[in-house]
Design a protein around this ligand. Structure first.
Ligand code: FEO
Ligand code: CA
Ligand code: CA
Length: 627
């Protein structure tokens, strides 16, 4: 923890919970009384908040600039052709930067150097927008070429990047360290569900390796230098559930619970690949929804899917360390009324020995969160043999519990949340922040009512929860929680910006990715502002301690149709890498919404590198705070 950042006043936070955080009637009163004490000012934030924008250009505060570093279609493997929208092929795409860049992680080169100006960038490619990629896209008649290009545009890119003496970032497309993992790359499975009967298919009867990774949304970096990548909306790729034999196939109910479409999918891969058609290959979806572990520094080690973490439509996989050295991995399912999860490895990690940590994530316990009305909470183990997961309660063994982890969490009574997205662990180690992006269906007719952790009916704007693990230990099985921010127009009575005077905050809505900068400020990316606040989505920063706790500042706005994702600070915080995902979404060639970044159609999802003009750390008030 930075010495200048005071801890929040613990007893006051507990008092706050006791007074009934869930009762929104209390919140304006709490806010007016400046109920939280004012600790001494921390390093805080020093940039000027930017005004709302709907322009087709990246907006940043004065004194900041950005470089477009990697665009969809840019060559990233040696010999890759240049991008040509009219001459796309799966072979070319598999050697080029994929579509819809999302999570970003920076791995300094050489390994262990901590260098801020040279490294490997790992970037997820979450999904495709065929209507923007192909001028001749017809969902009623998708071509095999389009299906194969989409598969190649998914997955992960690893690209070496460097910052030159003039302070400009560049990608190195010829670096031998660069890699592409796509929707077709062979990937081994490991952990308790390896070889599970439901993971076996006619094409791969051992249930031990999978073709590809899909829906790669967010992820996390492990202390031993590998990267975790979550497979989020995998269910959207497998269509025609109606073609399954509902009465004879026990897998049908799991596909219903996981939301697999009854008819065709939006990507239409199933039109040309049997494994995406449930009538032909009903087992293929069980091979997705896992966490993929990649070693960016060791291309000779094959990435694998870690089944011990459970099969979820998982937004991300944020990694921290328990006090005893075990790994804790936090995830949410970004689906209305789904849950928050934590995985804790069985044994502690081994510093200074990469190989000793190779299989650390193959053993451990997955938990789901229950948020109590008293501001306390518990982590419920998804462990076969206990309580509602005992034999005779519908689960066969631990592998079955992991394959149907969502159903196991249901059985345990985990709290239904308003679409848990990003999760960030404070640099001091014991506080965890959870973004609940929104849930307009909360308390709608026939839908679950509000609960203390999700207190707003028709939650259009989302909120952020602050969870404090007991004893400040990520290995604890109980915690305290409170609401940090209830997002939305500050003029609305139901909003709450940690008690900060609402006249001083920047409005934000639909929080998605969360990340801390090296100085302990929380950064919040949004996904849903055009429909709620009438401005483009963007990136905000907010101190979580000190006098400025809760004072949000709008730092960046993306372009129309885009979501700003994957915020990643380089070492020292001097560069912020950011994905501009799905620019122009909602439009097409006939009705374009964006021509970013090239000023022409099609718009291209891209990673940008943001820096200050004078080399200060991003967001910092002055050069005296340089690390
Ligand atoms: Fe991929 Fe939930 O955002
Ligand atoms: Ca997200
Ligand atoms: Ca989102």
């Amino acid at each position: 923890m930075h010495p200048g950042i005071p801890r929040p006043h613990g007893s006051s936070r507990r008092d706050f919970l006791r007074q009934g955080l869930a009762g929104l009637a209390y919140l304006p009163l709490v806010g007016n009384k400046r109920w939280l004490p004012t600790p001494p000012a921390g390093p805080g934030l020093g940039f000027e908040a930017i005004p709302p924008s709907i322009l087709d250009a990246i907006q940043l505060p004065p004194g900041y600039r950005h470089t477009v570093l990697l665009r969809w279609g840019d060559p990233v493997l040696r010999g890759a052709p240049s991008f040509d929208v009219d001459r796309q092929s799966a072979e070319a795409q598999a050697m080029q930067f994929g579509f819809n860049c999302d999570y970003i992680a920076f791995f300094p080169l050489p390994e262990g150097s901590g260098r801020p100006d040279q490294g490997l960038l790992l970037v997820n490619h979450e999904y495709t927008n065929p209507e923007l990629m192909f001028d001749d896209w017809d969902p009623a008649a998708p071509t095999a070429r389009q299906a194969d290009i989409q598969l190649a545009a998914h997955g992960v890119s690893l690209v070496e990047v460097f910052c030159d003496a003039a302070g400009v970032w560049h990608a190195l497309p010829d670096s031998p360290r660069n890699r592409r993992i796509t929707g077709s790359t062979p990937i081994p499975l490991s952990g308790p569900a390896l070889g599970h009967p439901w993971l076996r298919t006619a094409a791969e009867p051992s249930g031990s390796f999978v073709l590809g990774t899909l829906g790669n949304c967010a992820g996390g970096v492990t202390p031993w230098g590998t990267c975790l990548v979550a497979e989020e909306n995998f269910h959207e790729y497998f269509g025609h559930r109606d073609a399954m034999s509902k009465d004879d196939d026990p897998r049908f109910d799991a596909h219903v619970r996981y939301g697999l479409p009854r008819k065709q999918t939006k990507y239409r891969l199933e039109a040309h690949h049997d494994r995406f058609h449930l009538g032909h290959q009903p087992g293929e979806p069980f091979r997705f929804g896992w966490v993929l572990e990649i070693d960016p520094y060791d291309p000779s080690w094959t990435p694998r899917k870690r089944t011990a973490l459970g099969r979820l439509r998982r937004e991300g996989a944020t990694v921290g360390l328990c006090r005893d050295g075990r790994a804790a991995v936090y995830s949410g399912e970004d689906i209305p009324f789904e849950h928050v999860y934590k995985f804790v490895s069985q044994r502690a990690w081994t510093p200074n020995d990469r190989l000793a940590n190779r299989d650390l994530l193959d053993n451990g316990t997955l938990y789901a969160a229950r948020f109590g009305a008293d501001g306390r909470g518990a982590w419920l183990p998804l462990a076969f043999g206990d309580g509602n997961l005992a034999a005779g309660r519908g689960f066969a063994d631990q592998a079955d519990v992991l394959v149907r982890a969502v159903m196991a969490a249901d059985a345990l009574g985990a709290t239904t949340m308003d679409r848990p997205e990003g999760i960030a662990i404070h640099p001091d180690g014991g506080r965890v922040y959870i973004a609940l992006t929104k849930n307009p269906d909360r308390d709608a007719e026939g839908q679950p009512p509000t609960n203390p952790a999700n207190p707003r009916a028709n939650n259009r704007f989302g909120h952020i929860i602050e969870l404090v693990e007991d004893s400040g230990d990520l290995g604890s099985l109980s915690f305290s929680w409170s609401i940090f921010i209830l997002c939305g127009d500050p003029a609305e009575r139901s909003t709450w910006y940690a008690g900060h005077p609402k006249s001083q905050v920047s409005a934000l809505a639909c929080p998605d990715n969360l990340v801390f900068d090296p100085r302990g400020n929380l950064w919040i990316a949004t996904d849903g502002q055009p429909d709620t606040l009438g401005m483009n989505d963007g990136l905000y920063a907010v101190p979580v301690d000190g006098a400025e706790r809760g004072r949000t500042r709008r730092f960046c706005l993306g372009v129309p149709g885009s979501e700003v994702t994957g915020p990643c600070f380089g070492p020292g915080g001097g560069t912020l890498f950011l994905s501009i995902q799905h620019p122009g979404e909602g439009g097409d060639a006939d009705q374009p919404r964006s021509s970013w970044p090239d000023g022409s159609h099609p718009p291209r999802p891209s990673v940008v590198a943001i820096q200050t003009d004078d080399g200060r750390p991003i967001g910092s008030p002055g050069p005296e705070l340089r690390p």
